[in-house]
Design a protein around this ligand. Structure first.
Ligand SMILES: [Zn+2]
Length: 76
């Protein structure tokens, strides 16, 4: 079983997210306050604002509905 990924703070969260999603999203307004506290970021391709819990963004592929399919099997 894959080890769970946990961010320490906003910078760390963005770092980990970019490892997994490359340049799919922008995190300019993202503020990490805990792994189950909603955060916001933007999908570049679909010009959409996304709201998810950090835990699911890092440990599954939660994000933009259209884009998330591509990342289902990518672990960081
Ligand atoms: Zn998208």
């Amino acid at each position: 079983m894959q080890e769970l990924i946990r961010a320490k703070d906003t910078t760390n969260f963005i770092e980990l997210s970019k490892k997994k999603y490359k340049d799919t999203y922008t995190y300019d307004e993202t503020k990490y306050r805990g792994e189950f506290m909603n955060i916001y970021f933007n999908c570049i391709a679909h010009n959409k604002r996304i709201r998810v819990k950090p835990f699911f963004h890092l440990n599954s592929s939660k994000g933009c509905k259209e884009c998330s399919r591509k990342f289902k099997n990518i672990n960081i």
